[in-house]
Design a protein around this ligand. Structure first.
Ligand code: GCU
Length: 419
C-alpha cells in the first residue's frame, strides 16, 4: 500500500512537471535566455549513442519522427484519400511568354466528404529537359501572386462574403513571389492557398482535409493545421511528379512563417523533397523552444490552438521539460539539403534560435560525411553560408523577399549541380 501511494505521488509530481504554466513577459534580451540543456538528437531513447548512418536510419530517425508526431505536430494518418485532378485553365504564354501556367482543381475525397484546393503551376517555356520545382503555399489565394486576371480565386476565397477587402485583392502578395525572376532562372513554381487545405482558424478543422480521414485514435496526438498543411505539401508533390516537365529528383519545399513550420514537417516526413527551406519559421519551426526568446510555446499554443496537437500545450511555460527541441525536426532532413533563413528585425521568430537549431542538427549531417554549419556563431547580416545546410540572416523584417529567393536558387543550383 505504501509503495503504491509513493508511486502515485511520484506520478502526480511528474505530471505536474509537464503541465502548462503561465510564463512571464516575452523576452527579447539575450542576457535573459535561461540556461538550457538540449536533448541529444544522437542518443536513442534507451540511452544508446548513435554513431552510424545505419543506426540513425534504422532506429533513431524513426524515434525522432514519432516523438515529434506524438508531442508536437500530431500523427499524420497513414490512410490515403482519393485525389482527382482537373485542369481548369492553361496558358502557354503566361508571364509575357516566359512560362506556361496551369490551374488545376484538386478534389480530395474520403469518409463521404470532399475538399477542393486549386493548384497553380508555372513552368519555364525555355527549358532543356525537366526542371526543378519550388513547391510552396501562398497565404492569400493564387490571385494574390499576380495581376493576371486569368488566375482564379482559390476555393477558400470564393467562399468569402467580402472579397473586396483590400487585404484580399489580386496581386497583393506579388512581392513575395518574384515569378519572372524564378522562371528566368529555370525553376518552376507550384503553389496553392493553405486555407484550402485547413482554414486557418480554431474551428478550421471542420472544413479541412482532416475530415476525410477516420478520427484520430489518440486525441492528444491528433493532427491539426500544421499536420494537414504538411500533408498538403506532399499532395502538391504527388501532382508534380506526374508532370512531363518536372524533375522529380529536384523537388524543393519552401514555406514562410507558419507555412515554413509546415514545410519543415513535410520535409521531415516526405523524402521526395530534396531541398527543404524554412523562411522565418520561428517558434514551432526552426527556432529552439528552450531559448524562450520571442514567441514561446505559451504564446503560440494560446493564439493558435488549432496548429499543433493537443499534447504540445503541456510544454507552455514548461519548455525545460520538452524531451526534444526543433533541431530534431531539422535533423530529419539529413542527408538531403536544408536551408534556414532569418530576418534581422524578426525577433519574434528568434533568428539566433533558428541558426543554433540548424547548427545542432548539423551533427546528423556529419554522420553522412556531409558538412553542415560548422560554427555556433551566426554569420554576419546578408552573408549566406551554404554547405549541405544553408543559412542567412538578411536585413529587414518578417517577409519573403527577392533576396531570399536568390539565396534559395543559388543554394539549389549548387545542390542540383546546375551552372
Ligand atoms: C504569428 C505567429 C508565428 C507565425 C506568424 C506567421 O506571428 O505567432 O508563429 O510564424 O504569425 O505565420 O506569419
Amino acid at each position: 500500500m505504501k509503495t503504491r501511494g509513493f508511486i502515485l505521488m511520484f506520478a502526480v509530481l511528474c505530471l505536474s512537471n509537464v503541465r502548462a504554466q503561465t510564463p512571464g513577459p516575452v523576452n527579447y534580451d539575450e542576457q535573459k535566455v535561461p540556461q538550457y540543456r538540449l536533448p541529444d538528437v544522437l542518443t536513442c531513447a534507451d540511452g544508446t549513442p548513435v554513431t552510424s548512418r545505419r543506426q540513425w536510419e534504422h532506429r533513431r530517425r524513426g524515434e525522432v519522427l514519432q516523438l515529434l508526431a506524438e508531442q508536437e505536430y500530431g500523427i499524420t494518418p497513414r490512410g490515403r484519400v482519393r485525389m482527382d485532378c482537373r485542369v481548369l485553365r492553361e496558358n502557354p504564354q503566361a508571364l509575357g511568354g516566359l512560362a506556361t501556367s496551369q490551374q488545376v482543381m484538386l478534389t480530395f475525397t474520403g469518409q463521404g466528404r470532399s475538399v477542393q484546393a486549386l493548384l497553380l503551376a508555372y513552368y519555364p517555356n525555355r527549358r532543356e529537359g525537366r526542371v526543378p520545382v519550388f513547391i510552396g503555399y501562398n497565404f492569400k489565394g493564387n490571385h494574390s501572386l499576380t495581376d493576371d486576371e486569368e488566375i482564379l480565386y482559390s476555393p477558400y476565397f470564393e467562399r468569402l462574403p467580402n472579397r473586396e477587402d483590400p487585404e484580399l485583392r489580386r496581386n497583393n502578395q506579388s512581392s513575395r513571389w518574384p515569378l519572372a525572376m524564378i522562371l528566368r532562372r529555370g525553376y518552376a513554381v507550384v503553389t496553392m492557398c493553405y486555407q484550402d487545405i485547413f482554414p486557418d482558424r480554431p474551428d478550421g478543422d471542420k472544413e479541412s482535409v482532416t475530415q476525410l480521414f477516420p478520427p484520430s485514435a489518440d486525441n492528444d496526438s491528433r493532427w491539426q493545421a500544421l499536420g494537414a498543411w504538411a500533408w498538403g505539401y506532399s499532395r502538391m508533390a504527388d501532382w508534380v511528379v506526374r508532370q512531363p516537365w518536372a524533375n522529380r529528383r529536384q523537388l524543393i519545399v519552401m514555406g514562410h512563417s507558419r507555412q515554413g513550420k509546415a514545410a519543415l514537417w513535410a520535409g521531415a516526413q516526405d523524402k521526395r523533397f530534396q531541398v527543404v527551406i524554412s523562411n522565418n519559421s520561428g517558434c514551432g519551426g526552426a527556432a529552439l523552444s528552450k531559448r524562450e526568446f520571442g514567441e514561446r510555446v505559451y504564446e503560440i499554443t494560446k493564439s493558435f490552438p488549432h496548429w499543433f496537437c493537443p499534447a504540445f500545450t503541456r510544454y507552455a511555460g514548461n519548455e525545460g521539460s520538452l524531451p526534444f527541441d526543433q533541431h530534431f525536426l531539422l535533423a530529419l532532413v539529413a542527408p538531403r539539403h536544408l536551408y534556414v533563413a532569418s530576418a534581422e528585425k524578426d525577433r519574434w521568430a528568434d533568428p539566433k534560435g533558428e541558426y543554433l537549431s540548424a547548427y545542432h542538427a548539423s551533427r546528423v549531417f556529419s554522420l553522412y560525411g556531409l558538412q553542415g554549419l560548422a560554427s555556433p556563431a551566426m554569420p554576419p547580416l546578408n552573408q549566406p553560408v551554404a554547405t549541405q545546410v544553408g543559412y542567412h540572416i538578411r536585413s529587414g523584417g518578417h517577409d519573403v523577399t527577392g533576396y531570399d529567393w536568390n539565396c534559395y536558387m543559388d543554394f539549389c543550383d549548387n545542390a542540383f549541380g546546375r551552372e
